[in-house]
Design a protein around this ligand. Sequence first.
Ligand SMILES: [Zn+2]
Length: 157
Amino acid sequence: MFKLSARSQANLQNVHPKMIRVINRALEISDVDFMAIEGVRTLHRQHQLYGQGRTPAELRKVGVKPDLSRPELPVVTWTLRSKHFVDPRTGYGHAVDLLPAPYDWKDPRPFNQLADAMFAASIELGIPIRWGADWDRDGKPRERGETDSPHFELVDE
Ligand SMILES: [Zn+2]
């Protein structure tokens, strides 16, 4: 039985209470400990992330400042919209990034165990979620090379 660390709690500020409930329950039933590394994200931070793996010209085309270009880094996001932004309808962010502890980017197993606990909690509480390793929610992780294993978000009802 694991509990949210103080740092994780701080990273979850202004995240939707439904997502917090899922995370807290998942920690109680999870085989692996995990932490919350990111909750609410600003537009500037999303632009910074979008700059990774893209050229100044590509950024200019979509209205992102070209000086945020870091073409030498791998692409980490495909969108300028994000569930990490505060949703004006609810006043909360609807997405979180979670990392198992310990973790190794080359080993998907602890990420899968974390996801198992998140989905079990989601079903138990009746709060639907989507996982960044299974965007179409068909239960087959990484079938299209999805790489956002830390990402979970609330599904809009
Ligand atoms: Zn995320």
